[in-house]
Design a protein around this ligand. Structure first.
Ligand SMILES: NC(=O)c1ccc[n+]([C@@H]2O[C@H](COP(=O)([O-])OP(=O)(O)OC[C@H]3O[C@@H](n4cnc5c(N)ncnc54)[C@H](O)[C@@H]3O)[C@@H](O)[C@H]2O)c1
Ligand SMILES: [Zn+2]
Length: 343
Protein backbone atom coordinates (compact mmCIF):
# COMPACT_ATOMS: atom_id res chain seq x y z
CA UNK A 1 0.00 0.00 0.00
CA UNK A 2 1.36 3.45 -0.92
CA UNK A 3 0.24 7.01 -0.41
CA UNK A 4 -3.29 7.55 -1.62
CA UNK A 5 -4.08 3.93 -2.37
CA UNK A 6 -6.59 1.90 -0.44
CA UNK A 7 -6.63 -1.68 0.74
CA UNK A 8 -9.36 -4.27 1.31
CA UNK A 9 -9.10 -6.92 4.02
CA UNK A 10 -11.66 -9.74 3.98
CA UNK A 11 -12.99 -11.14 7.24
CA UNK A 12 -13.79 -14.68 6.23
CA UNK A 13 -16.80 -15.97 8.17
CA UNK A 14 -18.89 -17.93 5.71
CA UNK A 15 -22.24 -16.21 5.16
CA UNK A 16 -21.24 -13.52 7.67
CA UNK A 17 -18.08 -12.55 5.71
CA UNK A 18 -17.40 -8.89 5.06
CA UNK A 19 -14.72 -6.48 3.88
CA UNK A 20 -12.77 -3.87 5.78
CA UNK A 21 -11.66 -1.03 3.50
CA UNK A 22 -8.71 1.04 4.65
CA UNK A 23 -7.18 4.23 3.28
CA UNK A 24 -7.91 7.84 2.37
CA UNK A 25 -11.45 8.50 1.18
CA UNK A 26 -12.88 5.00 1.66
CA UNK A 27 -15.95 6.56 3.34
CA UNK A 28 -17.08 7.36 -0.22
CA UNK A 29 -17.66 3.64 -0.84
CA UNK A 30 -20.64 3.83 1.51
CA UNK A 31 -23.39 4.63 -1.06
CA UNK A 32 -22.43 1.65 -3.25
CA UNK A 33 -22.17 -0.70 -0.28
CA UNK A 34 -25.57 0.41 1.00
CA UNK A 35 -27.03 -0.03 -2.49
CA UNK A 36 -25.58 -3.57 -2.50
CA UNK A 37 -27.50 -4.47 0.65
CA UNK A 38 -30.81 -3.60 -1.00
CA UNK A 39 -31.75 -1.36 1.93
CA UNK A 40 -34.57 1.10 1.31
CA UNK A 41 -33.78 3.27 4.33
CA UNK A 42 -30.65 4.18 6.26
CA UNK A 43 -30.19 5.19 9.89
CA UNK A 44 -26.89 7.03 10.48
CA UNK A 45 -25.70 7.39 14.07
CA UNK A 46 -22.72 9.73 14.16
CA UNK A 47 -20.53 11.36 16.78
CA UNK A 48 -18.78 13.44 14.09
CA UNK A 49 -19.92 16.34 11.86
CA UNK A 50 -22.78 15.44 9.45
CA UNK A 51 -20.64 15.66 6.29
CA UNK A 52 -18.38 12.81 7.51
CA UNK A 53 -20.99 10.26 6.40
CA UNK A 54 -21.76 10.48 2.65
CA UNK A 55 -25.35 10.65 1.50
CA UNK A 56 -26.68 7.29 0.34
CA UNK A 57 -29.42 8.57 -1.94
CA UNK A 58 -32.34 7.11 0.01
CA UNK A 59 -34.43 8.21 2.98
CA UNK A 60 -31.99 8.68 5.84
CA UNK A 61 -32.48 9.22 9.56
CA UNK A 62 -29.51 11.07 11.04
CA UNK A 63 -29.00 10.75 14.79
CA UNK A 64 -26.29 12.51 16.76
CA UNK A 65 -24.28 10.52 19.27
CA UNK A 66 -21.48 11.26 21.69
CA UNK A 67 -18.33 9.17 22.05
CA UNK A 68 -17.27 8.13 25.52
CA UNK A 69 -17.77 5.38 28.08
CA UNK A 70 -20.56 7.38 29.79
CA UNK A 71 -22.71 7.03 26.70
CA UNK A 72 -22.02 3.33 26.19
CA UNK A 73 -25.18 2.33 28.01
CA UNK A 74 -28.36 0.29 27.58
CA UNK A 75 -30.25 3.59 27.83
CA UNK A 76 -28.47 4.75 24.68
CA UNK A 77 -29.32 1.46 22.91
CA UNK A 78 -32.97 2.04 23.84
CA UNK A 79 -32.87 5.68 22.69
CA UNK A 80 -31.51 4.63 19.28
CA UNK A 81 -33.96 1.75 18.86
CA UNK A 82 -36.92 4.02 19.68
CA UNK A 83 -35.82 6.42 16.97
CA UNK A 84 -35.27 3.59 14.45
CA UNK A 85 -38.81 2.37 15.13
CA UNK A 86 -40.35 5.86 14.73
CA UNK A 87 -38.53 6.16 11.41
CA UNK A 88 -39.92 2.80 10.26
CA UNK A 89 -36.56 1.10 9.93
CA UNK A 90 -36.80 -2.65 9.25
CA UNK A 91 -34.20 -5.38 9.34
CA UNK A 92 -33.94 -5.20 5.55
CA UNK A 93 -32.61 -1.67 5.99
CA UNK A 94 -29.18 -0.63 7.24
CA UNK A 95 -27.66 1.19 10.20
CA UNK A 96 -24.41 3.18 9.88
CA UNK A 97 -22.17 4.13 12.80
CA UNK A 98 -19.56 6.89 12.68
CA UNK A 99 -17.35 7.61 15.69
CA UNK A 100 -14.83 6.18 18.12
CA UNK A 101 -14.89 2.66 19.53
CA UNK A 102 -17.47 3.60 22.13
CA UNK A 103 -19.87 4.66 19.37
CA UNK A 104 -19.23 1.62 17.14
CA UNK A 105 -19.76 -0.60 20.21
CA UNK A 106 -23.08 0.93 21.25
CA UNK A 107 -24.45 1.25 17.70
CA UNK A 108 -23.26 -2.30 16.98
CA UNK A 109 -25.27 -3.59 19.94
CA UNK A 110 -28.34 -1.56 18.94
CA UNK A 111 -28.07 -3.11 15.44
CA UNK A 112 -27.65 -6.59 16.95
CA UNK A 113 -30.90 -6.33 18.92
CA UNK A 114 -33.06 -4.07 16.71
CA UNK A 115 -35.58 -6.42 15.04
CA UNK A 116 -33.33 -9.25 16.29
CA UNK A 117 -30.51 -8.07 14.05
CA UNK A 118 -30.25 -5.33 11.41
CA UNK A 119 -27.21 -4.90 9.13
CA UNK A 120 -24.67 -2.35 10.36
CA UNK A 121 -21.77 -0.62 8.60
CA UNK A 122 -19.09 0.94 10.78
CA UNK A 123 -17.13 4.10 9.93
CA UNK A 124 -14.62 4.13 12.81
CA UNK A 125 -12.96 7.51 13.38
CA UNK A 126 -10.33 6.82 16.05
CA UNK A 127 -7.19 4.78 15.43
CA UNK A 128 -8.19 2.35 18.17
CA UNK A 129 -11.60 1.82 16.58
CA UNK A 130 -10.05 1.32 13.13
CA UNK A 131 -7.48 -1.30 14.18
CA UNK A 132 -9.57 -3.03 16.79
CA UNK A 133 -13.05 -2.08 18.03
CA UNK A 134 -14.95 -1.92 14.72
CA UNK A 135 -13.65 -5.25 13.37
CA UNK A 136 -14.61 -8.67 14.68
CA UNK A 137 -18.25 -8.38 15.67
CA UNK A 138 -18.02 -7.91 19.41
CA UNK A 139 -20.46 -5.26 20.59
CA UNK A 140 -21.16 -4.18 24.16
CA UNK A 141 -22.27 -1.53 26.60
CA UNK A 142 -21.29 -0.86 30.21
CA UNK A 143 -23.20 -1.39 33.44
CA UNK A 144 -22.45 0.43 36.71
CA UNK A 145 -20.86 -2.87 37.82
CA UNK A 146 -18.29 -2.85 35.02
CA UNK A 147 -17.29 -2.30 31.40
CA UNK A 148 -18.69 -4.32 28.49
CA UNK A 149 -20.95 -6.47 30.70
CA UNK A 150 -23.87 -6.56 28.24
CA UNK A 151 -23.20 -7.34 24.61
CA UNK A 152 -23.63 -9.58 21.62
CA UNK A 153 -21.67 -10.91 18.69
CA UNK A 154 -22.90 -9.07 15.61
CA UNK A 155 -20.67 -8.93 12.57
CA UNK A 156 -20.92 -5.73 10.50
CA UNK A 157 -21.80 -5.81 6.80
CA UNK A 158 -18.70 -3.70 6.07
CA UNK A 159 -16.16 -1.49 7.84
CA UNK A 160 -14.75 1.68 6.27
CA UNK A 161 -11.52 2.81 7.98
CA UNK A 162 -10.98 6.18 6.33
CA UNK A 163 -7.48 7.35 7.23
CA UNK A 164 -8.55 10.97 6.57
CA UNK A 165 -10.75 10.73 9.67
CA UNK A 166 -7.58 10.51 11.75
CA UNK A 167 -6.39 13.99 10.73
CA UNK A 168 -8.36 15.58 13.56
CA UNK A 169 -7.54 12.96 16.19
CA UNK A 170 -5.77 14.41 19.27
CA UNK A 171 -2.18 13.09 19.72
CA UNK A 172 -3.05 11.17 22.88
CA UNK A 173 -5.82 9.31 21.05
CA UNK A 174 -3.37 8.40 18.29
CA UNK A 175 -1.08 6.98 20.97
CA UNK A 176 -4.05 5.11 22.41
CA UNK A 177 -4.46 3.28 19.10
CA UNK A 178 -0.75 2.62 18.85
CA UNK A 179 -0.98 0.60 22.08
CA UNK A 180 -3.07 -1.98 20.21
CA UNK A 181 -0.74 -1.88 17.20
CA UNK A 182 2.35 -2.40 19.42
CA UNK A 183 0.96 -5.63 20.85
CA UNK A 184 0.42 -6.96 17.30
CA UNK A 185 4.21 -7.37 17.01
CA UNK A 186 4.07 -10.25 19.49
CA UNK A 187 1.00 -12.09 18.24
CA UNK A 188 1.93 -12.67 14.64
CA UNK A 189 2.17 -9.35 12.78
CA UNK A 190 5.25 -8.68 10.66
CA UNK A 191 7.64 -5.91 11.59
CA UNK A 192 5.60 -2.72 11.39
CA UNK A 193 8.10 -0.25 12.75
CA UNK A 194 9.17 1.38 9.50
CA UNK A 195 5.71 1.51 7.93
CA UNK A 196 3.46 4.56 7.43
CA UNK A 197 0.28 4.70 9.48
CA UNK A 198 -2.20 3.35 6.89
CA UNK A 199 -0.04 0.23 6.41
CA UNK A 200 0.08 -0.30 10.14
CA UNK A 201 -3.71 -0.13 10.21
CA UNK A 202 -3.89 -2.67 7.39
CA UNK A 203 -1.52 -5.00 9.28
CA UNK A 204 -3.48 -4.67 12.52
CA UNK A 205 -6.80 -5.31 10.76
CA UNK A 206 -5.37 -8.24 8.81
CA UNK A 207 -4.14 -9.87 12.01
CA UNK A 208 -7.43 -9.32 13.79
CA UNK A 209 -9.37 -10.59 10.75
CA UNK A 210 -7.37 -13.82 10.70
CA UNK A 211 -7.84 -14.47 14.42
CA UNK A 212 -11.56 -13.67 14.24
CA UNK A 213 -12.00 -15.92 11.19
CA UNK A 214 -10.33 -18.76 13.12
CA UNK A 215 -12.27 -18.19 16.35
CA UNK A 216 -15.31 -15.95 15.91
CA UNK A 217 -16.71 -16.47 19.41
CA UNK A 218 -13.55 -16.15 21.49
CA UNK A 219 -13.10 -19.81 22.41
CA UNK A 220 -9.35 -20.03 21.85
CA UNK A 221 -7.09 -18.30 19.33
CA UNK A 222 -8.89 -14.96 19.67
CA UNK A 223 -7.44 -14.78 23.20
CA UNK A 224 -4.16 -13.75 21.59
CA UNK A 225 -5.66 -10.32 20.98
CA UNK A 226 -5.52 -9.89 24.74
CA UNK A 227 -1.72 -9.75 24.69
CA UNK A 228 -0.70 -7.13 27.27
CA UNK A 229 -4.32 -6.80 28.40
CA UNK A 230 -4.29 -8.67 31.74
CA UNK A 231 -2.06 -6.09 33.40
CA UNK A 232 -3.43 -3.41 31.05
CA UNK A 233 -6.99 -3.78 32.36
CA UNK A 234 -5.69 -3.81 35.94
CA UNK A 235 -3.79 -0.55 35.36
CA UNK A 236 -6.85 1.11 33.80
CA UNK A 237 -8.93 0.20 36.83
CA UNK A 238 -6.26 0.99 39.43
CA UNK A 239 -5.86 4.50 37.95
CA UNK A 240 -9.61 4.98 37.48
CA UNK A 241 -9.05 5.08 33.70
CA UNK A 242 -6.64 8.00 33.90
CA UNK A 243 -4.21 5.79 31.96
CA UNK A 244 -5.86 5.24 28.57
CA UNK A 245 -6.53 1.70 27.34
CA UNK A 246 -3.78 1.70 24.70
CA UNK A 247 -1.23 3.13 27.11
CA UNK A 248 -2.14 0.49 29.69
CA UNK A 249 -1.87 -2.26 27.06
CA UNK A 250 1.58 -0.93 26.10
CA UNK A 251 2.77 -1.21 29.71
CA UNK A 252 1.10 -4.62 29.91
CA UNK A 253 2.99 -5.68 26.77
CA UNK A 254 6.34 -4.76 28.33
CA UNK A 255 5.27 -6.66 31.44
CA UNK A 256 4.19 -9.73 29.43
CA UNK A 257 7.64 -9.84 27.82
CA UNK A 258 9.36 -9.61 31.18
CA UNK A 259 7.10 -12.24 32.72
CA UNK A 260 7.80 -14.64 29.82
CA UNK A 261 11.50 -14.04 30.43
CA UNK A 262 11.08 -14.66 34.17
CA UNK A 263 9.34 -17.96 33.38
CA UNK A 264 12.14 -18.94 31.01
CA UNK A 265 9.85 -18.96 27.98
CA UNK A 266 11.85 -16.44 25.91
CA UNK A 267 15.49 -15.25 25.88
CA UNK A 268 16.57 -11.81 27.15
CA UNK A 269 16.82 -10.22 23.69
CA UNK A 270 13.17 -11.05 23.01
CA UNK A 271 12.25 -9.53 26.39
CA UNK A 272 14.16 -6.38 25.42
CA UNK A 273 12.33 -6.28 22.07
CA UNK A 274 9.05 -5.70 23.93
CA UNK A 275 10.37 -2.54 25.55
CA UNK A 276 11.99 -1.40 22.28
CA UNK A 277 8.78 -1.77 20.25
CA UNK A 278 6.62 -0.04 22.84
CA UNK A 279 9.03 2.90 23.19
CA UNK A 280 9.33 3.16 19.41
CA UNK A 281 5.67 4.22 19.33
CA UNK A 282 6.29 6.77 22.09
CA UNK A 283 4.20 4.72 24.50
CA UNK A 284 4.93 4.35 28.23
CA UNK A 285 6.97 1.29 29.28
CA UNK A 286 6.81 1.65 33.07
CA UNK A 287 4.09 1.40 35.70
CA UNK A 288 2.30 4.67 36.49
CA UNK A 289 3.27 6.43 39.70
CA UNK A 290 1.32 5.62 42.82
CA UNK A 291 -0.20 2.25 41.86
CA UNK A 292 0.19 -0.50 44.40
CA UNK A 293 1.54 -3.86 43.15
CA UNK A 294 -0.69 -5.89 45.46
CA UNK A 295 -3.76 -4.05 44.18
CA UNK A 296 -2.72 -4.83 40.58
CA UNK A 297 -2.28 -8.53 41.38
CA UNK A 298 -5.68 -8.56 43.02
CA UNK A 299 -7.30 -6.96 39.97
CA UNK A 300 -5.54 -9.45 37.67
CA UNK A 301 -6.87 -12.36 39.71
CA UNK A 302 -10.36 -11.18 38.75
CA UNK A 303 -9.57 -11.01 35.05
CA UNK A 304 -12.13 -12.84 32.86
CA UNK A 305 -9.45 -15.20 31.48
CA UNK A 306 -8.24 -16.24 34.96
CA UNK A 307 -10.50 -19.18 35.72
CA UNK A 308 -7.72 -20.79 37.79
CA UNK A 309 -5.09 -18.55 39.42
CA UNK A 310 -3.48 -15.91 37.21
CA UNK A 311 -3.67 -16.15 33.42
CA UNK A 312 -1.70 -14.27 30.77
CA UNK A 313 -1.16 -14.43 27.05
CA UNK A 314 2.58 -14.99 26.91
CA UNK A 315 5.22 -15.26 24.24
CA UNK A 316 7.12 -18.53 24.09
CA UNK A 317 9.06 -20.91 21.86
CA UNK A 318 5.93 -21.55 19.76
CA UNK A 319 4.75 -17.95 19.68
CA UNK A 320 2.14 -16.39 21.94
CA UNK A 321 -0.39 -18.54 23.82
CA UNK A 322 -2.73 -18.32 26.79
CA UNK A 323 -0.94 -19.56 29.92
CA UNK A 324 -3.10 -20.36 32.95
CA UNK A 325 -1.96 -20.90 36.53
CA UNK A 326 1.02 -18.54 36.36
CA UNK A 327 2.68 -18.56 39.83
CA UNK A 328 1.84 -15.43 41.80
CA UNK A 329 5.45 -15.17 42.99
CA UNK A 330 6.71 -14.72 39.41
CA UNK A 331 4.03 -12.10 38.76
CA UNK A 332 4.88 -10.16 41.93
CA UNK A 333 8.64 -10.32 41.26
CA UNK A 334 8.20 -9.15 37.68
CA UNK A 335 5.95 -6.29 38.77
CA UNK A 336 8.43 -5.24 41.44
CA UNK A 337 11.22 -5.10 38.83
CA UNK A 338 9.20 -2.98 36.34
CA UNK A 339 10.37 0.58 35.69
CA UNK A 340 8.09 3.17 37.25
CA UNK A 341 7.03 6.66 36.20
CA UNK A 342 8.03 9.39 38.63
CA UNK A 343 5.33 10.90 40.79
N1 LIG B 1 -15.75 -4.39 20.24
C1 LIG B 1 -14.47 -4.63 20.32
O1 LIG B 1 -13.96 -5.65 19.84
C2 LIG B 1 -13.59 -3.62 20.98
C3 LIG B 1 -12.20 -3.73 20.88
C4 LIG B 1 -11.42 -2.73 21.46
C5 LIG B 1 -12.02 -1.68 22.12
N2 LIG B 1 -13.37 -1.60 22.19
C6 LIG B 1 -14.04 -0.48 22.86
O2 LIG B 1 -13.67 0.72 22.21
C7 LIG B 1 -13.77 1.78 23.14
C8 LIG B 1 -12.56 2.69 22.99
O3 LIG B 1 -12.56 3.25 21.70
P1 LIG B 1 -11.91 4.69 21.45
O4 LIG B 1 -10.55 4.71 22.01
O5 LIG B 1 -12.12 5.03 20.04
O6 LIG B 1 -12.78 5.61 22.43
P2 LIG B 1 -13.81 6.81 22.14
O7 LIG B 1 -14.91 6.36 21.29
O8 LIG B 1 -14.15 7.37 23.48
O9 LIG B 1 -12.93 7.87 21.33
C9 LIG B 1 -11.78 8.39 21.94
C10 LIG B 1 -11.78 9.91 21.86
O10 LIG B 1 -11.42 10.32 20.55
C11 LIG B 1 -12.38 11.22 20.05
N3 LIG B 1 -12.40 11.05 18.60
C12 LIG B 1 -12.72 9.92 17.93
N4 LIG B 1 -12.52 10.10 16.62
C13 LIG B 1 -12.08 11.37 16.46
C14 LIG B 1 -11.67 12.13 15.35
N5 LIG B 1 -11.63 11.60 14.12
N6 LIG B 1 -11.28 13.41 15.55
C15 LIG B 1 -11.25 13.93 16.79
N7 LIG B 1 -11.61 13.25 17.89
C16 LIG B 1 -12.02 11.98 17.73
C17 LIG B 1 -13.64 10.85 20.76
O11 LIG B 1 -14.58 11.89 20.75
C18 LIG B 1 -13.13 10.54 22.16
O12 LIG B 1 -12.91 11.73 22.89
C19 LIG B 1 -13.88 1.16 24.51
O13 LIG B 1 -15.18 1.34 25.00
C20 LIG B 1 -13.59 -0.30 24.28
O14 LIG B 1 -14.27 -1.14 25.17
C21 LIG B 1 -14.16 -2.55 21.63
ZN1 LIG C 1 -7.50 -3.58 23.71
Amino acid sequence: MHDGTTERVAVDLGDRSYDVHIGPGVRNLLPDIVAGTGARRVAVVSARPPDWVPDCGRPTLRLDALDGEHHKTLAEVERLCLRFAEFGLTRSDVIVSCGGGTTTDVVGLAAAVYHRGTPVIHLPTSLLAQVDASVGGKTAVNLPAGKNLVGAFWQPAAVLCDSEFLDTLPPRELLNGYGEIARCHFIGADDLLGLPLPDRIVAGVRLKASLVAADERDGGLRHLLNYGHTLGHAIERATDYEVRHGEAVAIGTVFAGRLSGELGRIPPDRVAEHEAVVSHYGLPTGLPAGVDDAALVDLMRHDKKATVGLAFVLDGPNGAELVRGVPERAVADTLAAMPRAEK
